[in-house]
Design a protein around this ligand. Sequence first.
Ligand SMILES: C[S@@+](CC[C@H](N)C(=O)[O-])C[C@H]1O[C@@H](n2cnc3c(N)ncnc32)[C@H](O)[C@@H]1O
Length: 285
Amino acid sequence: MVGVPKPETSRPLDAITAATLNPLFPRLLLLPKETFLTSPSNNPSMNYKHKYSVVKDLYDTYVNADYDLKFWLKECKKEVLELTAGTGRVTIPLAKAGVKVTALDISKELLSNLKAKAKKAKVKINTIEADMRTFSLKRKFPLIIIPFQSIQELTNPEDQEACLRQVKKHLEDNGRFIVTMHNREKRIMGKYVHPKSSKKIFFSAKRTFNQKTQVGTAFQTYEEYGKKGNLISKKIFKNNYYVFRKGEFESLAEKCGLKIKNIYGDYSKHRLNENSPFRIFELTK
Ligand SMILES: C[S@@+](CC[C@H](N)C(=O)[O-])C[C@H]1O[C@@H](n2cnc3c(N)ncnc32)[C@H](O)[C@@H]1O
């Protein structure tokens, strides 16, 4: 997950979390029974499909961001192909505004949440379970978007290139492609309420960065506490994300035959500078 959640409150790391986040600590010995860990595979690209399974019930609780919705509602007018739609955080508001959305994601579980939300909101959304590196829809779109910095989910340049090539194939001649990424790191911590059990959840994240592979890793920990303050369950979501160097995405886009029309530093379309929170690219063929 590379979005920026909006926590209710924040607090420092508690001792148990700090200890379990230490890679040298025998983590499993400390964890209560109901603990789920993400796939142990060391190959991040093998994890794209299942990585969000561990937070499928929690995603909408801790990712309640809406800072980008105004932007997407302005950009998406008639029809859009949304890659990495997830649980429909962007998809549902677009569909409610009358935009015809095709929502693609690799996670069956997150898409099933999206479908339930669409039913509840009484909107029709075409959902597609597919990989953004290999999808083939036999039709083209006037607009393709990758919101919420999710291009960074692809943790190596080969995967990113494969995705951009598929985007180009699915773009109409005058079509636009809008993709966003983080420009700066942000540390997240917060306190939430579990959507089903209503118990308290403490969320904390620790990040590491590998200079060689340009892959950042966020170890996101969710601790669920009972009424007496007892730790009931703990989930650790290990999220790998790619950090683009300055100019790197631009070169990759050019290599894939995509031209940059505009670059913004935030969702209000301010000019990009080194303090901008995001890098937002609008491209054409
Ligand atoms: C941070 S979530 C963003 C979800 C949603 N766009 C939002 O704004 O909340 C990243 C999404 O990317 C999806 N994803 C990761 N790798 C993918 C891939 N290779 N192909 C398609 N979707 C992928 C995940 O399943 C997840 O739903």
